[in-house]
Ligand binder design. Structure first.
Ligand code: ADP
Length: 162
């Protein structure tokens, strides 16, 4: 049985993330979407909010679960007994960093393998950072994130302004 983890910040989850989730859930037996609780970053959505958004959007996928983690990914993988890491590659700019991380993880734990899925062409430009940038100016983000989250993202910016 192959259990994989798809780690990321998902702040917020985008259609690009969803594309990777749907495609990888079809490849592996079990997929855990791992929401990174990174204290160094100042996220727009709390880790609990990000987990609950992901749960909502993946509820119809029987082999997908959502979990949050902090610390080293390889340690969390040991805890949940996952051996595969799923990452998305958008452009060459992603490649150098991803290669370095994948090789490091493999050296730390040789049982750990990383699988890269190339982005679907229509999402190759898309990142959570871009979504946040557009939303912060009140721009249209409806093509970039799952429809039920559009208003939640705008609302978050309104709360931040108060
Ligand atoms: P972002 O880079 O959007 O802030 P994360 O840090 O949450 O997102 O990224 C988690 C993983 O999802 C990374 O492997 C990243 O390359 C991948 N990913 C993010 N956006 C896309 C996309 N549009 N297409 C394919 N993979 C993506």
């Amino acid at each position: 049985m192959k259990r994989a983890i798809y780690p990321g910040s998902f702040d917020p989850v985008t259609n690009g993330h969803m594309d990777i989730i749907v495609r990888s859930a079809d490849i592996v037996d079990e997929l855990v979407v791992g929401v990174l609780n990174n204290h160094a970053k100042n996220p727009l959505f709390s880790v609990d909010e990000r987990v609950s958004m992901l749960k909502e959007i993946t509820k119809d996928f029987p082999n997908v679960t959502i979990a949050s983690f902090d610390g080293l990914l390889v340690d969390f993988m040991e805890e949940i007994q996952a051996t595969l890491i799923i990452r998305g590659l958008r452009a060459v700019t992603d490649f150098e960093y991803e290669l370095q991380i994948a090789q490091t993880n493999h050296i730390v734990n040789p049982k750990v393998e990383t699988i890269f899925l190339t982005t679907s062409l229509n999402y190759s430009y898309l990142s959570s950072t871009i979504v946040k940038e557009i939303a912060s100016y009140g721009g249209d983000i409806s093509k970039f994130v799952p429809v039920q989250f559009v208003d939640r993202i705008y609302k978050k910016y309104k709360e931040c302004e108060l």
